[in-house]
Design a protein around this ligand. Structure first.
Ligand SMILES: O=C(CO)[C@H](O)[C@H](O)COP(=O)(O)O
Length: 236
């Protein structure tokens, strides 16, 4: 595989590779969503082809990871067919010093939360630009909402002090539709002081399926950096 051109791609490729190297033969692996885990899936496929890795089963967290796994030859199963997940590898949009996350930039946070929380080991792969002192500093909290409830949920979130915005498609007219057929509200908060309680509060609004705050679930964060043009991986 040739090196990625720009520094962010280089960091993503390097952490994607480092995470793939942690997967052992015979493992059931949660396959995250996004441009960083796309590299992990690609490297897993390469390792299977070269024979350095054998008998892994991937559990996709989105249509994106399912398509990539098929493309790179990573065998797949659904949650009905397995009784545990050994390791999940997923990206994030923000990571705080306590390893809490905001996820859902790819609107996949609901399936990601199911798979990542089930895993015995949950590894997050990010470039260094994703590190923040406090969640919500750079990224809105994605909230998946069933379409018929979009107005009452929007109003309830405003009452909590959030500024919700319906996520719109880029190459699609109208709102983004998730893999479950729902809408996404991107909610800005002035300051998220207690992510544990905000995660629960948002999920308690009727009509909310899941939000993108992930707390107390991450075992290891692999952070990609570039120093003097060279990619490095450090751990949190
Ligand atoms: O949560 C996610 C998708 O719902 C992604 O993991 C997150 O958006 C990070 O993506 P990328 O690796 O492309 O920066």
């Amino acid at each position: 595989m040739t090196a990625a051109a720009d520094p962010v791609k280089l960091m993503k490729q390097e952490v994607g590779k480092a995470a793939a190297a942690l997967v052992k033969s015979g493992s059931i692996v949660g396959l995250g969503t996004g441009s960083t885990t796309a590299y992990t899936i690609q490297f897993l496929g390469d390792h299977l082809k070269s024979g350095e890795l054998q008998d892994i089963i991937g559990i996709p967290t989105s249509f994106q990871s399912e398509v990539l796994a098929k493309q790179y030859g990573v065998p797949l199963a659904t949650l009905d067919a397995i009784d545990h997940i050994d390791i999940a590898i997923d990206g994030a949009d923000e990571v705080d010093p306590q390893k809490n996350l905001i996820k859902g930039g790819g609107a996949a946070h609901t399936r990601e939360k199911v798979v990542d929380y089930l895993a015995e080991q949950f590894i997050v792969v990010v470039d260094s630009g994703k590190l923040v002192e406090r969640l919500g500093s750079t990224f809105a909290v994605p909230v998946e909402v069933i379409p018929m409830a979009i107005t009452p949920v929007t109003n309830a979130i405003k009452k909590l002090g959030g500024k919700p915005e319906l996520r719109m498609g880029i190459k699609k007219a109208g709102p983004v539709i998730t893999d479950q057929g729902n809408f996404v509200l991107d909610v800005r908060f002035d300051s998220i002081e207690d992510p544990v309680s905000l995660e629960k509060t948002l999920n308690n609004i009727p009509g909310v399926l899941e939000n993108g705050i992930f707390v107390n679930c991450v075992d290891l964060v692999l952070i990609g950096e570039v120093k003097d043009g060279q990619p490095l991986v450090r751990q949190l």
